[in-house]
Design a protein around this ligand. Structure first.
Ligand code: ADP
Ligand code: TRP
Length: 333
């Protein structure tokens, strides 16, 4: 029996940070160990260009995302790891799907609506500065997913709507052409954690409050020391749940370590400075090996290129065969 397909993509729009790691990278690497499924992981480089317009940075971020996945333990022999650009069938499918996508559906996409609302708030024209790439984004994401007939796609809150749209678009195609060619993808909702950043808001490159994943130990310590805390003194009891730093700690600590810190905070008797020192020590330890692997990969981009090219070689014949079936269904073959 054909295995079910698990597919996940990351946009190379910034240096990976701990929010990306805990919210997206680590869970998908854990998922990749499930051998009951066939896994596709890709770098969504064409998705990046509606926001990122610096060619050198884009090249750099593609390597950073690939090296991050590999350094954190993704096994390119066991999964299919590729760059979106190496599968040009995605872009043909995007156009086909765009012709099955109601414009009203795209009007409702969060990313587009957020920019539109911001314009209206400022008294600007609703669509000022919004490019059609941002608008069409959900159709490209649907093509990424539907081309490989993915059954399961891990999504955080921000991507859930895009996945629903992929289902809607697949359904619209199947209905129009009286076929069941497209598989309706299901969200893998286990991915749900939101890591707070240095200022307590969601860690995000848009807020400038991130801790990059592969900082040197010295820089990591400095950044951890910048985490916001309240002004309570060491002897005062503290609420762990409202402390961003505690949320970070428990993602790396063992259950026993977390419980011990929780008790010490609740009872009073530990200052934030000491909590930060403990946090640094467990995160630094956890990152030691991945950091070394990351540095070695980034020094050897040709090795990354070779791994990605091999992934594309595995993926592309499947994409070509499936796209041919799509062309036949619509009368273009
Ligand atoms: P950013 O917010 O820094 O721009 P992206 O929007 O590019 O990050 O997110 C890439 C992936 O990382 C998405 O799957 C997103 O859900 C996840 N992610 C980003 N920030 C966090 C966070 N603070 N906590 C958990 N997951 C996050
Ligand atoms: N839109 C996703 C993000 O912003 C990245 C992405 C593109 C993706 N295509 C995908 C994720 C297909 C899963 C499946 O993070």
């Amino acid at each position: 029996m054909q295995k079910k397909i698990y597919l996940s993509g990351i946009k190379p729009t910034g240096t990976p940070h701990f929010g990306n790691y805990l919210g997206a990278i680590r869970p998908t690497i854990q998922a990749s160990q499930n051998r009951q499924l066939d896994h596709y992981y890709f770098i969504a480089d064409y998705h990046a260009i509606n926001a990122l317009h610096d060619p050198n940075l884009l090249r750099q971020y593609v390597y950073e995302v690939a090296a991050t996945w590999l350094a954190c333990g993704l096994d390119p022999e066991a999964v299919t790891l590729y760059r979106q650009r190496d599968i040009p069938e995605v872009f043909e499918l995007q156009w086909i799907l765009t012709c099955c996508t109601a414009k009203g559906l795209l009007n409702r996409a969060h990313a587009y609506k957020a920019q539109r609302d911001l314009n209206l708030e400022k008294g600007h024209d609703a669509d000022q500065g919004i490019n059609a790439g941002l608008y069409a984004y959900p159709a490209l994401m649907a093509a990424d997913i539907l081309l490989f007939q993915a059954n399961k796609v891990p999504v955080g809150k921000d991507q859930f709507q895009h996945l629903e749209m992929a289902r809607d678009i697949a359904h619209a195609f199947n209905t129009r052409y009286k076929t069941s060619l497209f598989t309706l993808p299901e969200p893998d909702l286990e991915v749900g954690l939101v890591l707070p950043g240095l200022d307590g808001r969601k860690m995000s490159k848009s807020y400038g409050n991130t801790i990059p994943l592969f900082e040197t130990p010295k820089k990591l310590r400095t950044l951890i020391n910048r985490f916001v805390t309240d002004s309570s003194r060491p002897e005062e009891p503290k609420d762990p749940e409202t402390a961003p730093i505690f949320h970070f700690y428990r993602e790396f600590a063992t259950e026993a370590q977390t419980e011990s810190l929780r008790q010490r905070l609740l009872q009073g008797g530990i200052g934030w400075g000491d909590v930060k020192a403990e946090l640094f020590s467990i995160v630094d330890e956890a990152m030691r090996e991945p950091r070394a692997r990351y540095a070695a990969l980034m020094e050897n981009p040709a090795q990354i290129d070779a791994i990605l090219a091999k992934g594309a070689e595995k993926a592309r014949p499947k994409a070509q065969a499936f796209l041919q079936q799509v062309r036949q269904a619509i009368g273009l073959a």
